[in-house]
Design a protein around this ligand. Sequence first.
Ligand code: BTN
Length: 249
Amino acid sequence: METLFIGKEIIELDVVDSTNSYLAEKLRNSSCSEGLVVMAYFQSAGKGQRGNEWRSQPGENLTFSIVLKPKFLTVNNHFILSKLISLAICKFLANKISDKVSIKWPNDIYVGRKKIAGILIENQFQGSKIENSVVGIGININQTNFGDLTTATSLKLLTHKEYGLKEILKEIVKYIEGYYLKLKMSSILSIEKEYLENLLFYDEYQKYKINGEEQLGKINGVMPDGKLKIILESGEVKLYDLKEIEFIL
Ligand code: BTN
């Protein structure tokens, strides 16, 4: 089955600085329809979370971005978009591999203890509403050599198969559209529930580095603005943002 709008139009680029930057620029200069996808075989300045660079071997992995226009979402509940995108990637991967796939808060997808995908969502607001959202996704597909990066994996390393990037992209956008339509139909509670079921370390005591200090805590939820809700050993309930808490894997 075809999608209704996500990936109906796919711009395929050999090289670009960043697919997110490409779409942000396009949104500034012209009108873009919701669901427009841009994929690139090589990004010369791929952007990761927290100002990091996203590096990917040319032609081996999927690096793409999607324009969404979730005007029904506000600044305060923007993180639901990240939840549904994470879930879509998670479900796509779970359908391909038998190892456990999980979402590592806030924006990573892991297989076991290794990262296979990352998400970078950049929103443009109109008042308190999201006007445009550029959803950038990097998924390791056919790359098998990550150099000294021992915490990365790919679909090929896990399944010993080679994949066509465009075919994989078309499969993933179906999952994304499915969850996005679910959100639009107000199925927010079922998305929240499924998200927690797939969240790494949910409801398990683990060591975290919190404001520079190692502490035991268990994840109790993720707030609509993306903050991580942790129950500390003392029973205290705290909310943390990305700068304050680090996972110890
Ligand atoms: C992260 O894990 O740090 C997020 C990585 C997001 C990478 C993707 S690749 C496609 C899109 N374009 C970019 O410049 N970044 C995102």
